[in-house]
Design a protein around this ligand. Sequence first.
Ligand SMILES: Nc1ncnc2c1ncn2[C@@H]1O[C@H](COP(=O)(O)OP(=O)(O)OP(=O)(O)O)[C@@H](O)[C@H]1O
Length: 362
Amino acid sequence: MPSSNLTISGLCKRYGDVTALAPTDLEVANGEFLTLLGPSGSGKTTLLSLIAGLSQPDSGTMLINGVDVTYGAPYERDIGMVFQNYALFPHMTVEDNIAFPLKMRGVKPTQARQQAREALEMVRLPHVAQRFPKELSGGQQQRIALARCMVYRPAIILMDEPLGALDKKLRDHMQMEIKRIHRELGTTIVYVTHDQEEAMTMSDRICLMNGGQIEQLGTPADLYFRPRTLFVADFLGESNLFEATVTGTNGDGLSLSLDGGRVQAGAAVHGTVPAPGHKVRVLVRPQNLGVKRVEPDAPALSAQVLDVMITGSLTKLYLQAPFAGETPITVAFPTSQQSIRYRVGETLSLHWQAADAVAIAE
Ligand SMILES: Nc1ncnc2c1ncn2[C@@H]1O[C@H](COP(=O)(O)OP(=O)(O)OP(=O)(O)O)[C@@H](O)[C@H]1O
């Protein structure tokens, strides 16, 4: 495991009665791409501002490469920042914009120019060196902002919704560009977004925040397939949640009864194992849920088809059943000849592999 270059212990921030960040511990490894993800008001920007030194904590400590910077000024921390509004200097050329932080650090002009050109190569825009920011597209300006930030090789780059102002196509492209640059530079990146797909695509680990606290910290796959709470299950991707009662343990998983005890099924469990008799919710992702025509007299978890949507390569069925509550159940599978045979109103039985389902204690 690479050494940790950001260590946060008990960091806390209040604004009057509002706890923007409850006491929080977080370690970010050297070279890691960590994303702070969460709904509006969950504390992402508060945590990022504390790391940047743009605001001061009420308590706790923060080390960057082992140096205590808890109350240090932003310029005393070895960090760079990229924001949604590119904040380039409008009266300077692209090259001068990028060379600026180097000149501020006392690098000689010829050396600064050389490094600025290398940074422009890195973001694949060497031909715009003599243009002014207003002569660039939004995506180009954001790449220049990134080049200006990485040119002095900070230990950590902080990015606050850097792609928020770009349209979807450009955002997808810039996600790949940022990932490539991250791979090539090996710098630690702490990235803020409220877009779960962006977080899943880009991160080594996601720190999912809720109400000023870390709800779950782990790899995208951890959070997607092994959520610890209903909030995590619901926040990341489409989810089906079924009410069930624990009937026993079964290796790494649980045996469950669903639909008022009519059907038995299995599910994996993470963390504390709920005792028999406890109510849980079973999470099954749409692509892990199978459907069959109901066989007469066979016990089945049955649901009624509400809608059939063939969206090109993927078919989605929406169904309803009492054990799923008000929310329609979603089943997704590759489109085939079978897709057009499902009928609205017909009853189907649902099934899944125990390893593809997760029981979450309520
Ligand atoms: N300067 C401030 N004064 C008072 N309350 C604040 C201040 N800054 C943040 N808060 C409050 O702290 C909480 C966390 O806010 P924060 O901006 O960190 O959330 P966020 O997850 O970044 O949200 P968003 O995605 O909307 O930017 C919110 O309840 C917010 O209203």
